[in-house]
Design a protein around this ligand. Structure first.
Ligand code: FAD
Length: 448
C-alpha cells in the first residue's frame, strides 16, 4: 500500500478497526467529547440472515488457512467479528487480575448493565438443546443455559441465524456502540484500511490509510490499533514493531453431529446451553452447523466426509455439539497476510476428549453410534498476538508513545473462552485511562 496521500484529516483519536475493541473505545471517548475517526477495512454489509451473508462478512470470504492448513475465521465488516459471532458471553477469568493486576469487575458490570446479557428464557431453548441437556445431565455433567448477548424480546425461538448478522436486531453487535459514537460526532470511514502508524520523534501522530478515494493521512493525538487478533499485529509490523504477531493463540473448534431419530426438525437458536471444563480448556455447546456450513465442513473432512455428504439433506434433523478448546501461544502472524498456526498434541488431546464426551451425549439423546460424525476442525477467537506484558505495557500502550492497541490481540495468554465480554471491558478500561490522563494533564496546567 503506497502512494502520496491525497488528503489529510484531523481528529483527537484515530482508531484502526471497528470490532468490539475499536467500537467500544470510540463510543466511550466520543461520549467524553473527543473527535474520533474510525477506519474500517470492511464494508457496511446490511444483507443479513443467510449463510451467504456470513461468508460475505468474513475475512477472505472465510477462506483463510494457516501455513499448516488450519482453517481460521474472523470478521471483516463494520462491527468486526461481532456481526458474525454467536453472542455467547463469558466473564474474564480470575487469573487476569491475580496474575496481571487487571481488574475488570467494574467494566464487566457496566457492560452487563448496558446490554441484557444472560441465559435465554426457557421459551427460546429448542427441543434439540433440551434433549442434549437432558442426556448430558444424565451423565452427571453440569450442562445448563449459557449467557448470551441477545435481547430475548427481539429474538425468535425458531430462528437459527445468529451468525448471519441477526436480522431481528436481537444480538448485540459492536455496530450499536459505533452508531452511538457517530451520534456523538465520531466519523466512520468504511472500506478504509490503515496501512501504518505515522510517527514523529518516536511519538504517534496519526495513521496512513487507503480508502475508496485513495491514500490519506489522518493526524491525531492518540492512535488506537483495533484491527483484531490477526489485523493489529500486521498494522504494527508495518509500523516497525516487528515483535507484534510473534506468537498468537486461537480457540480450535469442532462440531460432532448426527441425525436424530426422534428430534423435531424445526430450526432452533444455536448455543443456548452448554457445559464448560475451564480448568481443562474445553467448552461444549448445543449447536449444529447450518446446511451450507455443514456441507463445507464435510467437504473439508476429505474422503470420509465426502461419503457422508448425502446426510446434509437430513441436516434439519441433525443434533449437534460444538466444542471450543484452548490453544497455546505459538505460530506467527505476518505483515504479508500469511500466518502460521499449528495444532499441537495437547490441543488434539482436548479435541479428542471433547469428541468422546459429545458422542456419548448425542447417543444419550438418540443418535445412533454409526451415524455420529466429528467434522473437520476450524478456529476463531484470535487472541494474544500483541500481548499485555509483552509488547504492550499494562495500559496497552505500544513502544510507540501515544499508540495503543485495543482488541482481543492484547489478551496476554492463550484464552479458551469467547473473548467479546473481556475485549469490551478492556476497551472501557483503556478509555477511562485515556480520559483520566487528559484530565490530570489539564488539571496540572490549570491548578486554579
Ligand atoms: C464465527 C464466529 C463466532 C464467534 N462466536 C463468538 C461468541 O459466541 N462469543 C464471543 O465472545 N466471541 C465470539 N467470536 C469471537 C469474536 O467475534 C471476536 O473475538 C471479536 O470480534 C474480536 O474483537 P476485536 O475487537 O478483537 O476485533 P475484530 O472483531 O476482529 O474486528 C477487527 C476489525 O478490524 C478490521 N481491520 C482489520 N485490519 C484493518 C486495517 N488495517 N485497517 C482498518 N480496519 C482493519 C477488520 O475488518 C475487522 O472488522 C466468534 C468469532 C467468529 C468468527
Amino acid at each position: 500500500m503506497n502512494g502520496t496521500p491525497t488528503r489529510t484529516l484531523q481528529a483527537d483519536v484515530v482508531i484502526a478497526g471497528s470490532g468490539p475493541g475499536g467500537a467500544t473505545v470510540a463510543r466511550e471517548l466520543s461520549r467524553k467529547g473527543k473527535k474520533v475517526i474510525v477506519c474500517e477495512a470492511g464494508k457496511y454489509h446490511k444483507w443479513f440472515g443467510y449463510t451467504l451473508s456470513t461468508v460475505n462478512m468474513l475475512d477472505r470470504k472465510g477462506m483463510s488457512f494457516s501455513r499448516e492448513g488450519n482453517w481460521i475465521v474472523s470478521g471483516r465488516t463494520v462491527g468486526g467479528g461481532s456481526v458474525v459471532y454467536g453472542g455467547v458471553a463469558f466473564k474474564p477469568p480470575e487469573w487476569l487480575r491475580e496474575k496481571y493486576g487487571i481488574d475488570l469487575e467494574e467494566e464487566v458490570d457496566e457492560f452487563y448493565d448496558e446490554v441484557p446479557i444472560g441465559p435465554l428464557p426457557d421459551s427460546h431453548i429448542g427441543p434439540g438443546a433440551r434433549k442434549i441437556m437432558e442426556a448430558a445431565r444424565k451423565m452427571g455433567l453440569d450442562w445448563k443455559p449459557v449467557d448470551r448477548l441477545i435481547r430475548a424480546e427481539k429474538c425468535k425461538p425458531d430462528c437459527d441465524q445468529c451468525m448471519s448478522g441477526c436480522k431481528e436486531g436481537a444480538k448485540w453487535t459492536a455496530r450499536e456502540f459505533l452508531e452511538e459514537a457517530i451520534g456523538h460526532g465520531s466519523q466512520l470511514l468504511v472500506q478504509t484500511e490503515v496501512e501504518r502508524v505515522l510517527t514523529e520523534s518516536g511519538d504517534a501522530v496519526g495513521v496512513r490509510a487507503r480508502g475508496p478515494e485513495g491514500s490519506m493521512d489522518i493526524l491525531a493525538d492518540t492512535v488506537i490499533v483495533s484491527a483484531g487478533g490477526f489485523g493489529s499485529p500486521r498494522v504494527l509490523q508495518r509500523s516497525g514493531l516487528y515483535e507484534a504477531g510473534q506468537g498468537c493463540a486461537v480457540d480450535f473448534g469442532r462440531y460432532v453431529v448426527g441425525p436424530s431419530r426422534t428430534h423435531n426438525p424445526r430450526k432452533e437458536i444455536p448455543a443456548t446451553t452448554g457445559a464448560s471444563f475451564l480448568e481443562e480448556g474445553l467448552i461444549l455447546l448445543s449447536a449444529a452447523p447450518k446446511s451450507m456450513m455443514y456441507a463445507g465442513l464435510l467437504g473439508l473432512s476429505g474422503p470420509s466426509g465426502w461419503a457422508r455428504l448425502p446426510k446434509v439433506l437430513q441436516t434439519g434433523k441433525t443434533l449437534g455439539i460444538l466444542m471450543m478448546t484452548k490453544d497455546r501461544v505459538e505460530g506467527r502472524v505476518n505483515a504479508d497476510g500469511s500466518f502460521s498456526k499449528p495444532i499441537d498434541e495437547d490441543c488434539w488431546a482436548k479435541l479428542n476428549k471433547g469428541t468422546v464426551i459429545a458422542e456419548q451425549i448425542l447417543q444419550g439423546a438418540g443418535v445412533r453410534r454409526e451415524d455420529l460424525t466429528a467434522l473437520t476442525c476450524f478456529a476463531a477467537h484470535q487472541v494474544a498476538s500483541v500481548r499485555i506484558g509483552g509488547l504492550l505495557d499494562n495500559d496497552c500502550q505500544t513502544p510507540i508513545k501515544r499508540c495503543y492497541c485495543m482488541d482481543a490481540s492484547v489478551i496476554p495468554e492463550e484464552w479458551g473462552l469467547p473473548p467479546v465480554v473481556t475485549t469490551v471491558s478492556l476497551a472501557k478500561r483503556l478509555a477511562k485511562h485515556l480520559t483520566a490522563s487528559v484530565e490530570t494533564k489539564v488539571a496540572a496546567q490549570n491548578p486554579a
